[in-house]
Design a protein around this ligand. Structure first.
Ligand SMILES: [Zn+2]
Length: 92
């Protein structure tokens, strides 16, 4: 499972975007941006529409590389469950 945020993908908010593959995360990110009805997200959708296919491909390649890095677990934010487990270990 890969977890990133709207902001990390170039968006305006901190909503978590998840997926099992980089492609899935990008798809979920697009869905999130398009289904969030505020000015900041509408602007991103507009920007995306104005991108050339080359720009879009470059963005997508960059983003896939970054998400693959996250998939290796190098820079993954901890889930609430993991944080909880860590606290319990400290108490023992
Ligand atoms: Zn967002």
């Amino acid at each position: 499972m890969i977890v990133t945020t709207c902001k990390d993908m170039g968006g305006p908010c901190d909503a978590e975007i998840k997926g099992n593959t980089p492609e899935e995360v990008i798809e979920n990110g697009n869905t999130h941006v398009m289904s969030t009805d505020d000015e900041a997200h509408k602007k991103i959708v507009e920007d995306m529409k104005n991108m050339s296919p080359e720009e879009m491909a470059a963005w997508s390649a960059n983003e896939k590389a970054r998400l693959e890095g996250l998939a290796q677990g190098e820079d993954r934010p901890m889930t609430d469950e993991e944080r909880h487990e860590e606290k319990e270990v400290e108490m023992i």
